[in-house]
Ligand binder design. Structure first.
Ligand code: ADP
Ligand code: ZN
Ligand code: ZN
Length: 743
């Protein structure tokens, strides 16, 4: 008899340990290996886990161990580099290994589904077509054959499309039986086929220098392309990936959630004879698994390159022939996961590139201070593009002081004429306001009542289309009261302006001009954004009113006037990153103007026209502002000169989360003394800036140090004790390593 063995399984549970299970009856050790998925009984549920090791020393009484319910895979689905990345996540972000490994799988694999691509029936014409006279007497079959001969159908058709076109299974099968068509089962997920219709542009000197540096490199290296909007960063990406695609390799391009526009995808598809796969949040679970499988089964033997374009979590896709990673808009906050394992997609990407010994290109018009610091210190190779490519020049930045000006519905009256002038020239205007809805506040002038959310420390936004009050933090909705609930006054009114209000106001002012509103509400349907933007792309004179959704990935050649409303709210925030974020936003939005031959103007409408940072941005550059901000950070030992961990806790009951963090703080103080680590500093517990959110009271504890190593060592030591704090079972808590916000 062979000696008994046990399976150590990682399960996605918020507990930092592995769980032992018995193998299935009638199986031996040869059936198991690390990396295979299993389903296991866990409490009253059955969960999917992954075998981490096979051993003979169980942690508990073997008689009490349960067998796994099912072995789900015959071979490990994750290549070793991805599996290692999971372990790195667990170590660096101090999160349970089970949660980190489960992050790596598409949702269906987490749920225990088989790793098989979905198939659909496809009909392809046979290479040797029989004599057409054999179907003379079957006119519908002749029709179908004709239908298949049309240019786009020559390679074949899906059954579902033929049925939609009015051909019944009897007609189709008739042609199969007579040898005209072949019935096939094909992967239902198909990549976008590159058309290879566009040729590379001749690079300008700065672009060429950047490309040469990238081409001369071999193996792992991080490049930071710091290039103003429209300076031709994308053109460099295209030329940098070309040789890899020609060799049949894969490249991964990460873009911000809202940057994945059809225009972006087109630029890649039009350049190469390669397959383009998209991995983004609008795919359903099935499509995502299919795309994931297709990427993970890529073979360079076919000689066909593959471009995978995706958002944050695409960084975990297995890519057996990965040759280069590109992160566009590197500074974008959507690369940071904001719950569970709060990883930063950009940082994970750099680790992955290092493990694979391949280059990574980070690009931005407004680099994060972290990356800029790495670029300036030589850790990354720093490449700068200071000119717009082609004939375009940077828009002129203007500051409009509205302290002493008439403002109606959010817009300064003095801007009406410039808008009119722009439209008269046949050009387009973009009005940016980072608030959707009609107005951010509903207020009573008689008693100063304000509509507030009961579940959040926040105001409710007034919406008119359709009319309701909406909390953007917890999604609560209410009817709009007719009178003030406090003093019964009928004078309640909207204060401030969101996209809907500006849309209405502008439509009233410019009755014969289309006003197009782009925000989360107007673009809920799948193709809504493309449809709404059609007149913009056609080049008709029009006004676009929109939120941040417009700030990325869009190329509007006819927009020459950009007006920014309310971008200054970040100037006085408690968040030390607010200035950096505000400046990034201003430049991204301003960068929409004058992208082709007509010069653009970007107007910042503000009450704080004298703010020194605003002047630095206008008179100098984002780069100059970044250097000033870096200097401040250095003095204050803030990132990238210091390192932070944010311990967040929340609870339905007031004070509970705070009390939990007080207890944690005591433990941390003891450890700090015991380990003699005066370098560690702690602040808190403090209430979160929005203490009550979605019905939960939130508290924070900040832990920081000048050296990352010291901080991580400390967290590693204290973590076990935090998990073991008793008496707060209703409190949820989580660690945020390298937090990017304190909300
Ligand atoms: P970025 O990614 O930095 O915003 P793009 O690569 O999108 O810049 O380039 C902006 C515009 O300039 C695009 O229309 C692009 O086709 C054009 N462009 C880029 N490089 C060149 C070049 N070397 N010569 C002419 N036009 C260029
Ligand atoms: Zn009132
Ligand atoms: Zn709310």
């Amino acid at each position: 008899m062979t000696s008994p063995f046990f399976l150590s399984v990682a399960i996605a549970a918020p507990i930092p340990k592995l769980f032992d299970y018995l193998p299935l009856a009638e199986t031996d050790m040869s059936h198991y290996q690390a990396g295979l998925r299993v389903s296991v009984p866990f409490g009253s549920r059955v969960l999917t886990g992954v075998i981490v090791s096979i051993h003979q020393n169980p942690q508990y009484d073997p008689a009490k161990l349960k067998p796994i319910s099912e072995l789900l895979d015959a071979t490990p689905l994750l290549p070793s580099d991805i599996y290692q990345l999971g372990h790195w996540l667990s170590e660096y972000y101090h999160q349970p290994i089970g949660e980190c490994l489960s992050l790596l799988w598409p949702v269906l694999l987490r749920k225990g589904e088989k790793a098989q691509a979905s198939k659909q029936t496809f009909y392809a014409p046979m290479p040797h077509q029989p004599d057409p006279s054999t179907i003379k007497r079957a006119p519908r079959q002749v029709d179908l054959l004709e239908h298949m001969k049309q240019a786009s159908q020559q390679t074949g058709q899906w059954q579902k499309d033929l049925v939609k076109a009015g051909f019944t299974p009897t007609i189709i099968n008739g042609l199969v039986d007579k040898g005209f068509l072949e019935k096939q089962e094909r992967d239902s997920f198909q990549p976008i086929k590159g058309e290879c219709s566009h040729t590379p542009l001749t690079l300008n000197q700065e672009q060429q220098q950047a490309l040469t540096s990238i081409e001369q490199n071999q193996g792992f290296k991080s490049f930071l392309i710091d290039g103003i909007t429209g300076s031709g960063k994308t053109e460099i990406y295209l030329q940098a990936i070309a040789p890899h695609l020609e060799q049949g390799k894969q490249v991964l391009i990460l873009v911000p959630e809202i940057g994945l526009t059809p225009q972006t995808v087109q630029r890649f598809a039009q350049r190469f004879d390669a397959d383009v796969l998209l991995l983004h949040s609008k795919l359903n679970d099935r499509e995502r698994l299919d795309a994931w499988l297709m990427a993970s089964k890529h073979s360079s033997n076919t000689g066909r390159g593959q471009i995978v374009i995706g958002t944050r979590s695409a960084i975990f896709t297995p890519l057996p022939n990965l040759a280069m990673i590109i992160i566009d808009e590197e500074h974008d906050q959507s690369f940071k996961q904001q719950d569970g394992v709060r990883y930063h997609g950009r940082d994970v990407a750099v680790v992955r590139a290092k493990t694979l010994d391949i280059p990574i290109i980070l690009g931005s018009a407004t680099p994060s201070l972290e990356c800029l610091h790495n670029g300036l210190s030589g850790k990354y190779q720093y490449l700068r593009l200071t000119q717009r490519a082609g004939s375009a020049s940077m828009p002129e930045l203007q500051i409009l002081n509205i302290k002493k000006q008439a403002v109606h519905h959010g817009l300064a009256d003095s801007l009406i004429q410039p808008i009119q002038d722009t439209l008269d020239k046949g050009q387009q205007v973009l009005v940016f306001v980072n608030r959707r809805g009609y107005a951010p506040t509903l207020y009573c002038p008689d008693c100063a009542w304000i509509a507030e959310c009961k579940r959040c420390d926040a105001k409710m936004t007034l919406h008119q289309k359709p009319a309701h009050l909406h909390c953007h933090h917890c999604d609560s909705k209410l009817n709009i009261p007719r009178q003030c609930p406090e003093c019964l006054s009928h004078k309640i009114q909207a204060m401030g302006a969101g996209t809907e209000r500006l849309e209405t106001h502008l439509q009233y002012q410019f009755r014969n001009t289309p006003v197009i509103r782009i925000d989360r509400d107007s673009t809920q349907n799948k193709h809504a954004m493309e449809e709404l933007l059609e007149p913009v792309h056609r080049g008709d004179p029009c006004i676009i009113v929109g939120t941040q959704m417009l700030a990325k990935g869009h190329h509007f050649p006819k927009v020459t006037l950009v007006i920014m409303i309310n971008v200054d709210s970040g100037f006085f925030s408690a968040d030390y990153r607010a200035m950096e974020k505000t400046a990034q936003l201003i430049l991204q939005v301003a960068g929409r103007a004058g992208r082709e031959k007509d010069k653009g103007v970007a107007v910042i409408q503000t009450e704080f026209a004298d703010h020194p940072m605003l002047h630095l941005l206008k008179e100098e550059s984002f780069h100059a502002l970044s250097l000033a901000l870096l200097d401040e950070r250095k003095h204050q030992h803030l990132p990238p000169y210091g390192f932070q961990v944010l311990l967040r806790a929340d609870c339905h009951q007031p004070k509970e989360a705070e009390m939990f963090l007080h207890r944690v703080r005591q433990l941390l103080n003891q450890h700090q003394q015991g380990l003699n680590l005066p370098q560690i500093s702690m602040i808190g517990p403090l209430p979160a800036p929005m203490e009550l959110r979605a019905g939960r009271f939130r508290s924070q504890l900040w832990i920081s140090a000048h050296q990352r190593k010291v901080l991580h060592f400390f967290i590693g030591v204290v973590l076990k004790d935090i998990y073991e704090v008793k008496g707060f079972h209703k409190v949820r808590w989580g660690l945020d390593i390298d937090p990017v916000d304190n909300i």
